[in-house]
Write a protein that binds this ligand. Sequence first.
Ligand SMILES: NC(=O)c1ccc[n+]([C@@H]2O[C@H](COP(=O)([O-])OP(=O)(O)OC[C@H]3O[C@@H](n4cnc5c(N)ncnc54)[C@H](O)[C@@H]3O)[C@@H](O)[C@H]2O)c1
Length: 504
Amino acid sequence: MRIGVLGAGTWGMALARLFCISGHSIQVWSALPEEIETLSQTRRHKNLTNMIIPDDIEFTQDIGEVCSNKGMLIFAVPSVFVRSTSKLAAPYVNKEQLIVDVAKGIELASFMTMSEVIKSEIPNATVVALSGPTHAEEVARDLPTTIVAANENIEVAEKVQSILSNPVLRVYTNSDIRGVELCGALKNIIALAVGITAGLGYGDNTKAAIITRGLAEIERLGVGMGCRHETFAGLAGVGDLIVTATSKLSRNNRCGYLIGQGYSVSDAVKQVGMVVEGINALPAAIAMSERYNVEMPIIRAVDNVINKEEKPNDVVKGLMERDGKTELPKPLLDLRYESISTKHATSGLEGDHSMKRVITYGTFDLLHYGHINLLRRAKALGDYLIVAISSDEFNWNDKHKKCYFSYEQRKALVEAIRYVDLVIPEESWAQKRSDMHEYKIDTFVMGDDWKGKFDFLKDEGVEVVYLPRTPEISSSQIKRDLYDANAIEGKSKTSHEEIDTDPQ
Ligand SMILES: NC(=O)c1ccc[n+]([C@@H]2O[C@H](COP(=O)([O-])OP(=O)(O)OC[C@H]3O[C@@H](n4cnc5c(N)ncnc54)[C@H](O)[C@@H]3O)[C@@H](O)[C@H]2O)c1
């Protein structure tokens, strides 16, 4: 395939050579004319001194030329230049071309990932993020390397996988592009933290602690944003974190090490001599942790050292003396639900479409197939299902109904159903209106024997759905059968209210 590489830095040139020797036709562009001249004349890159640039690689200073007649464009400029480069390329890109972004970072002003930045400048572009544990220096020596091609459409990711895989580079796919890109941007900050502690003279225990707990906080944020848990355990997640945080080749790690040794931040960056993307990613990471209400103590500690001139030693002491925590995270959906709810609460926004919340109400006594079938169908209407179960007092005082099981017993049974994410008590008829707002409900569900009775909730901005009852099963029938079998003492007949107060 004819491939254009935009950016002639360390990574751009290592990839250009690899894809050239694996049979593709490569043209490289750089924004720096002197760089193009040096590279095309010397056939050497200053950071990859042993790598020979094949004669077949063409160079150009013309961005229109590098974008023309190519099936794929690889964006390999540092993240701070991705927007300006996309703007320059936009007039020449057509929608049949695959764009592959290899820059890792988050734009401060917009919190956009790099693929989002490219799409905002080139609206019809198909952008795949290519990220993973990949030092250019090792790829330049043909050392076996793995990477992830990510796009919401897995078929697009598979296309890039089949084009770019070769004996040196094994490409995996992932449809969680946001998670993949978030890992790539935030791992640089954790690498800075590891470097700082090494510079302070701390050992492998500290390094392992920062990598493990650093990944935990990146994952907490990612899941709050709707990314997939598995991505953080994959190559772009823990894989890239290991390589960046433990290798001497990592510029973020090196920069942190110098800071830990007592260099000022600006002197450390100067010594490293390349863009230190962890430092650039810090403001966006801090702002995102606030926006999604996610605790990120290590990233905040690095920010305190880099941007607030706190002493690394004091910051580590502060981290060690925090309140005790558990390693076991909350269920992922709960985390996501909470972060979205908090975002709503602080922004006053209604109707966040990244998570659809469904609610249903009922007694759920003698839990049976009809109930579970209702809950299954209710859950299928969204992402997060809340079940409001009538409390014992409400049942008795307002519904005039005797339950077989107590509220706590009924709650425990309903919580055991995998479709149910949260159980809350129903203590009055009137609470439904306020529940719609408190729990940011999108869809209200009841059995169709209640048809029309809750349409007034549409005024609260929710969708009201009445689902057909499951035939041939009802709580009332079970109670009647139990009564007939003398299993239940008390009432001689089951009232109609008892039939009605279950949703199915
Ligand atoms: N180096 C690696 O091992 C590696 C591996 C994976 C991903 N990445 C990612 O790839 C991206 C590039 O990293 P790198 O190591 O090649 O960085 P680098 O510092 O080597 O890149 C510098 C290059 O940026 C380009 N550039 C400079 N000014 C520019 C401008 N104004 N506009 C456009 N381009 C300009 C030039 O081609 C210059 O050579 C980064 O986002 C990095 O995170 C790097």
